[in-house]
Design a protein around this ligand. Sequence first.
Ligand code: BGC
Length: 514
Amino acid sequence: MAGGFVSQTPGVRNFNYKLTPKVFVTCFIGAFGGLIFGYDLGISGGVTQMEPFLEEFFPYVYKKMKNAHENEYCRFDSQLLTLFTSSLYLAALVSSLFASTITRVFGRKWSMFLGGFTFFIGSAFNGFAQNIAMLLIGRILLGFGVGFANQSVPVYLSEMAPPNLRGAFNNGFQVAIIFGIVVATIINYFTAQLKGNIGWRISLGLACVPAMMIMIGALILPDTPNSLIERGFTEDAKKMLQSIRGTSEVDEEFQDLIDASEESKQVKHPWKNIMLPRYRPQLIMTCFIPFFQQLTGINVITFYAPVLFQTLGFGSKASLLSAMVTGIIELLCTFVSVFTVDRFGRRVLFLQGGIQMLISQIAIGVMIGVKFGTVGTGNIGKTDANLIVALICIYVAGFAWSWGPLGWLVPSEISPLEIRSAAQAINVAVNMFFTFLVAQLFLTMLCHMKFGLFFFFAVFVFIMTIFIYLMLPETKNVPIEEMNRVWKAHWFWGRFIPDEAVGVSAAEMQQKSV
Ligand code: BGC
């Protein structure tokens, strides 16, 4: 697999290190971070449609749900119910901003530990919840955990990974997110069959398992060479680099780390810097890619697939089963990206995935519209319901090899070092904000926009596909340090990049790229 991730660009140095056991452990820790995020993403949809849970905390929604044939589109609509799901992402947004300082000043492992710790407390609050307040406090604590973990784990992973395997390691993080979602869905499937309150308590309480994994992992793992250099432990950093690379010949890479650290120390105000016109392409992409990723509507499926399937008339068990199927398809299809992103490139996957999502969303909207109309009453036959599930799977597959992994990969690889940390913080914050918004508004939107909701997201998928086609240059195999050349050669962004940043004029670059 390593070969596929080695840069083919002439003149680029490739460090062909072998995979040491120590780096493997790093990979697992990264996976724990993803599992936690994924478990959170996957668990709430199933729990919010368990009857004992609704009866205990949301009796109003429960009554409405029992009154099923009143209006299919609106039976789960409750701001409080959505707040249960979405509060986590607002908390994650806030904590990711704090986490960046802790990660920098105290090292990556303490942010990871803090993430695991707040997670653990959050899962206890949720598992033992006696009232809405405990439920929401638990959710907010879990959110803090997600913010800390998502901020620190990918950084830890990228810094520990040998440069020639970094792409595979980063995609592995997304694989782990989806794995967490699938595990959560499977747990929900079984706990939903338990009588009384024990089912949802187990589902929510089991978040303590990945929390403990990341806590213990953070305690036993060393910090990264980059972080050690940043904090003045230069000698330790060199020893660490030698031990994780499994060779004493690390001078070139070590010098790169020292240079990068020196360079980043020159920049006192990365937040001010990123506003300069020369960073406009990166700033726009860093804001728009996470925004568009969420406006694909994927989290309608992630959070509410069981609710959506119940709205379509599926039984509770069949709904959870269908959600499990879509999760497994997403997991398998994410591997398509892992194995092709460096061969076919980002643009091909973005454009192909976008078109696939667009067509399937329109088809789903039309089918639901025909069956339920605008009134929201009606019955859907078995064949039609299965067809809708199949279309949802096609949509999910399209996301899984495009906007899913690329939504995290591209923003992290397009910025020069001096603004990289600020850009990454913006990426996480924008992503969490729109995750929150979609989670909070979906049930109300379904109630008011009805099947039009699918057209709403389809319009955005159309816009984002055009946006990628026109505005995103191909970044496949381009070393991060040479990314300015890619922007300079672009028909629109070229004008923002000063000649001295690449040593040639925009006209010359565009000439070369023709
Ligand atoms: C997205 C999440 C989404 C997950 C699974 C991630 O890339 O950021 O919002 O829930 O993929 O689909």
